[in-house]
Design a binder for this molecule. Structure first.
Ligand SMILES: Cc1cc2nc3c(=O)[nH]c(=O)nc-3n(C[C@H](O)[C@H](O)[C@H](O)COP(=O)(O)OP(=O)(O)OC[C@H]3O[C@@H](n4cnc5c(N)ncnc54)[C@H](O)[C@@H]3O)c2cc1C
Ligand SMILES: *[C@@H]1O[C@H](CO)[C@@H](O)[C@H](O)[C@H]1NC(C)=O
Length: 444
């Protein structure tokens, strides 16, 4: 008790146990000394999003910093060995970008695919006060004593409120002091999964090849593209179809109609039709974004992940950016907490200032990511014509220079990918914190 009173430790309240909230909670608990964290999740149970997601090296490095890379692979995470882009009409390979060992050598971690992040288990083990079925309906943005109101009427206070509540964030309405409704992007995603047996029973030679491969396969065609990859030790497979949005306005998801999906891909590589016919069910998701915001912080509250910068899923970076956000914010808050043990100062001013530092460290990078995914929407969806012919030619040319060249499309551009996949956000945050202590940290 004595020590607690001496330095008045921080208490962090996180709204939402998605990848961003979980990463932030874990980073806070792994700090020395650990910070007190309360994590509120609306759902009564956490279910994996579809069959899995891709974990690019920038996110895999964060998992490594949590000490979780090995567990990720043990739990069925697959090290992906290539990214293959194909022509929609006949499936011929336009470019095969090898990821092994390039990702590890250049960016310090592999590109993985995993069926569910094991962050939940880890967070519970680390002593986070995690409350399921806890829906936040209101946030009191008060610099000195922020609090949240739950659906059951209870009120919780903390030093910092982190809005990690995703695309449809409630916290965002209070931090920005006006309701922001996500906008439709014009695209939707069908997501379906197969078991290995289901795929084998389709008895197709080319599908059988895909069964044993560890690559992300993409078919690119006019207005649409298709992504296919294995998860969970090759026992499950993910199929994502990206198409123009036909879901009625205002509706977020709908049951996918397999016949409609087959029709959408008429004239495409025949194995896609076959794959679709092998699905049991699929879900249709409307893809949304929110307009760029000037700021994500107000007083002692801050937004992270999809609550602040949702993105089209076209560079497989949404969850990756949320994990980076969570880890960076956790690092800054734990450094602040440790600093306060020796140097008190004005807690509220320090918290508000460190949240502004967080925003400064994360804003440009996440905005570049959002813009990059929009650019990839054009890149993947080019109609047949001169520009498509040029794109396909450029892709086969860069393969010959081993992806070390400049490219007018970010997919093939060396410096773009170095920055996206290789930039060390934790080191950047360490440096940012040092400079903050020296120049900005509010004292008494
Ligand atoms: C088709 C598709 C494919 C994708 N593929 C990839 C991929 O391969 N790689 C990748 O990195 N990303 C991918 N993404 C993006 C990724 O899913 C999201 O960017 C990521 O989940 C965002 O994480 P988050 O923690 O910010 O929010 P979420 O994961 O949305 O988590 C928010 C959490 O907050 C909870 N919550 C919401 N409101 C409240 C409230 N009021 N009170 C309490 N709790 C609340 C929710 O229940 C939820 O658990 C894909 C997205 C789509 C649509
Ligand atoms: C696929 O189509 C492209 C463009 O029409 C053509 O150049 C290529 O030879 C075809 N490949 C196969 C394997 O049929």
């Amino acid at each position: 008790m004595a020590t607690a009173c001496l330095f008045d430790p921080l208490h962090i309240l996180i709204v939402g146990a998605g990848t961003g909230g979980l990463a932030c909670a874990l980073a806070c608990r792994q700090a020395k000394p650990p910070i007190r964290v309360t994590l509120l999740e609306r759902a009564s149970e956490l279910l994996p999003i579809g069959a899995g997601i891709q974990i690019p090296p920038n996110a895999a490095r964060i998992m490594d910093s949590f000490g979780l890379s090995e567990k990720l692979v043990q739990a069925g995470g697959i090290i992906m060995d290539a990214h293959v882009l194909r022509r929609y009409a006949n499936g011929s390979v336009l470019v095969d970008k090898s990821w092994v060992p390039q990702m590890r050598d250049q960016y310090g971690a592999d590109w993985l695919a995993e069926y569910q992040l094991m962050l939940v288990d880890e967070v519970k083990r680390a002593g986070v006060d995690m409350r399921m079925g806890a829906e936040v309906i209101k946030v009191n943005i008060d610099s000195n004593e922020p609090s949240v109101v739950l659906k059951d009427g209870s009120i919780l206070f903390a030093d910092v409120v982190v809005g990690a509540d995703g695309l449809w964030s409630t916290t965002r309405n209070y931090v920005l002091e006006l309701p922001v409704t996500p906008r439709e992007t014009g695209d939707l995603a069908y997501r379906g999964t197969f078991s290995a047996q289901q795929l084998a029973s389709l008895k197709d030679e080319r599908i059988s090849e895909l069964l044993s491969s560890s690559s992300v396969q993409v078919w690119m065609g006019p207005q649409k593209h298709v992504v296919f990859y294995p998860v969970r030790s090759h026992t499950e497979f993910n199929l994502v179809l990206l198409c123009p949005d036909t879901v009625p306005k205002g509706k977020r998801t709908a049951e996918g109609n397999l016949k409609e999906m087959e029709e959408l891909f008429e004239g495409w590589d025949p194995i896609l039709r076959k794959l679709i016919s092998g699905l049991k069910t699929a879900l249709k998701w409307k893809l949304h974004h929110v307009p760029r915001q000037e700021t994500w912080t107000k007083g002692a509250s801050v937004l992270i992940g999809d609550a602040s910068h949702p993105t089209l899923p076209y560079q497989a970076q949404g969850a990756a950016m949320a994990i980076e956000d969570g880890a960076v914010l956790g690092l800054l808050l734990s450094h602040l907490d440790a600093h306060r043990q020796a140097n008190r100062g004005d807690k509220h001013a320090q918290v508000a200032s460190i949240l502004r530092l967080f925003e400064r460290l994360r804003k440009q990078r996440t905005e570049i990511n959002v813009a990059g995914a929009v650019e990839k929407q054009d890149f993947y969806h080019l109609p047949d014509g001169d520009l498509q012919v040029e794109r396909d030619q450029v892709l086969s040319d860069i393969a010959q220079t081993d992806f070390k060249a400049q490219c007018k499309w970010s997919w093939g551009d060396k410096s773009y990918n170095d920055e996206l996949l290789g930039f060390d956000v934790l080191h950047d945050a360490e440096e940012g914190f040092k400079a903050w202590i020296e120049h900005e940290c509010p004292m008494a």
